[in-house]
Structure formats: C-alpha cells, structure tokens
Design a protein around this ligand. Structure first.
Ligand code: NAX
Length: 327
C-alpha cells in the first residue's frame, strides 16, 4: 500500500474546512488508495482551537481507513512541516467599517507569514492552493514570500467560478454538465472573472452554436457567474462553503492525478501567455499531466474577450500594487 502523504489545511475549523476535511480524509481528493495525514492549522485563539478539537473528534469518529494521522496546530511553522499539499483556506474576512486596503493589508500579513513558513519547512514539491480571499493576491503574496520554492507550486482557486459557469451552461442548453469540455475562466476570482465558452463543447456540440445568443452571454451568463457568491450569501445568510470545498477538491485532485487532456481552470503564476505579465496569479485554462499543469495555448482572443481579460487583469494589477510595499 502507498505511503501516507501530508495535507495541511488552514482555517480548518471554519465552514469550508468543515465541508472539506471529511472528503480529503475519505480519499476523494487524492484517490481511494492514498493514505493521508491531516495537518490542521487554526489561529491560536481558544475558541478556534476548541472548535478544531471538535472537528478532529468527528474525523476520528468517521474511522476513515485512509486517514493515517491528524494533527492540530496554531503555528504555520509546525503545521506545514514536510507537507506535500497545502490548502490555504483561512483568511481575514472583511469586518464592519474595514476598508479594502485594510483587508488587503491584514491578508498580506497572514500570507507573508504562511509563505515564509512553507518556504522554510514544506516539501520542496509542495502543491499549494489558496482559497482564502482575495485568493489570487493572497497566492501571489505566498509565492513571493517563498523564494526557495518553485513559483509554479503556488495556485489560486478559480475552480468554483469554472464549475458555476459549467452548471449555468448545462441549465441553458438542457444537457448534462458532465458532457462539457473546453470551458475556460480567465483572470481574478472576483466578479470581474471572464468565463469563456467560445471553445466549449457539450456532448461534442459547440456550446456557442447551441446557445447562439451573444446578448445572453453578456447580460445574463457573465453577471450570473460573477455574482453567484453574492446570490448565495443573500439566500443562505452565509457564504458558499460546500461548493467551495468541492471546487478545492476538484482543483487538487486534477493537479495531483491529471485531467486526461480535459481543460480545467486554475489560477497560476503567468508565464507571459496571452500577454498577461509574468507572475500575475491569473486564471487560465490548463491541462494537467504527471502533476504538472500546462496552459492551453493558441486560443484566439477576440475584441470582447480582450476587453474582459483587460478588466480582470487591471483589477489584479491594482490588488498587487496595493500590497507591493508590504512584501
Ligand atoms: P470561516 O470564517 O468560516 O472560516 C475561516 C477560518 O479561518 C476561521 O476558523 C478562522 O479562525 C481561520 N483563520 C483565520 N485566519 C487564519 C490564519 N492566519 N491561520 C489559520 N486559520 C485562520 O470562512 P469560510 O467560509 O470557511 O471561508 C474561508 C475563506 O474562503 C474566506 O476568505 C472566503 O472569502 C474564501 N472563499 C473563497 C472562494 C474561492 O472560490 N476562492 C469561495 C468561497 C469562499 O468565499
């Protein structure tokens, strides 16, 4: 049987954590033959640490055959020790009266510390996924704070946007979501993201031709996907958690186990593809083989797509500029 791998999860006592840990421990992320050791990080605060203890008791009570160990931590330097995978979920939410710059600064602080800790103690092959918002910029900060690790090991979660787009397309066309291929989401995990179905197929047929309604694309589809998070908060009184956890599982599973040629969306440090400045943490269509993602190349960017890409890129550049002095 396989040797256990180490999976660190931050914000482990939060709502996404609660929807995520049980699925990692049951083998849905890394495979039904891969034992895992969970290294869970929460803030030192007594309430958070107690809540974490409760989650650990529940994990124990599942008696998952693949769960080879569980650790509770309050210090990233121990939580990330030798970790093979790191899911950075915990972040500072925007409080009442908090300015955007305060939010960026508070998170810059968290992700600088965590990036440095990963740099110091994680496996040299660690695969890092940042979920905590602003996810792309937090991933950028962690990457910049970990100069001894390959930049490509740092990614941000755009998969929820990708899955939301897929589900809207399936509903519109009346075809099963499982039949969708070649969907792309470009840019920032924010309402500016550009979900692009120009190349997508569903059951082998062109999505664009099937829908054949550019007005719907621009005035219904893009705003619906972009504002889905807000719609869920309005309906549930809480932000998306189970769907976010599901997207994190999808992202890590595909990165670790490959996509068999299928396109998925990942936020990754740009290599300059499609004119995005190098290192910007940008959502791209990728395929994954042998644990390495590759940007889908050669897609034509028409005028409307370029406009959308510029908008989400400019937002990201502004976020990055807002934290530059803190790095
Ligand atoms: P919760 O507030 O329920 O949980 C967050 C947990 O993180 C808390 O238990 C908190 O104590 C912990 N935490 C805070 N700072 C920490 C630190 N420095 N180290 C370790 N733990 C820390 O939030 P939840 O609903 O779980 O959401 C977590 C994050 O995901 C938020 O930033 C949220 O905005 C973000 N999201 C990102 C999404 C994406 O697609 N990228 C979608 C869903 C979600 O909104």
């Amino acid at each position: 049987s396989k040797k256990p791998v180490r999976v660190a999860v931050t914000g482990a006592a939060g709502q996404i954590g609660y929807a995520l840990l049980f699925r990692i421990a049951s083998g849905e992320m890394l495979g039904k033959d891969q034992p895992v050791i969970l290294q869970l990080l929460e803030i030192p605060d007594e309430k958070a640490q107690n809540a974490l203890k409760g989650v650990i008791m529940e994990l124990e009570d599942c008696a998952f055959p693949l769960l080879a160990g569980i650790e509770a931590h309050s210090d990233p330097m121990t939580a990330f020790k030798d970790t093979d995978y790191a899911l950075l979920v915990g972040a500072r939410p925007r409080g009442p009266g908090m300015e955007r710059s305060d939010l960026l600064a508070a998170n810059a602080q968290i992700f600088t510390v965590q990036g440095k800790a990963l740099n110091a103690v994680a496996s040299r092959n660690v695969k890092v996924l940042v979920v905590g918002n602003p996810a792309n910029t937090n991933a950028y900060i962690a990457m910049k704070s970990a100069p001894d690790l390959p930049a490509k090991n740092f990614t941000a979660m755009l998969r929820l946007d990708h899955n939301r787009a897929a589900s809207q397309i399936a509903a519109k066309t009346g075809k099963p979501v499982a039949g969708i291929e070649k969907l792309a989401v470009w840019g920032n995990h924010s309402p500016t993201m550009y979900a692009d179905y120009r190349y997508a197929t569903i059951d082998g047929q062109s999505v664009k031709a099937l829908i054949n309604d550019e007005e719907w694309n621009r005035t219904t589809f893009l705003p619906t996907v972009g504002k889905r998070g807000a719609a869920i908060i309005a309906a549930r009184g809480l932000s998306s958690a189970a769907s976010a956890a599901n997207a994190a599982i999808d992202h890590m599973r595909d990165w670790a186990l490959g996509t068999n040629g299928k396109w998925v969306t990942m936020g990754i440090p740009s290599d300059g593809s499609y004119g995005i400045p190098k290192e910007v943490m940008f959502g791209y269509p990728v395929t994954v083989e042998n644990g390495e993602y590759k940007i889908v190349q050669g897609l034509e960017i028409d005028a409307f797509s370029q406009e959308c890409i510029n908008k989400t890129l400019n937002e990201l550049l502004e976020e990055q500029n807002g934290v530059k002095h803190l790095l």
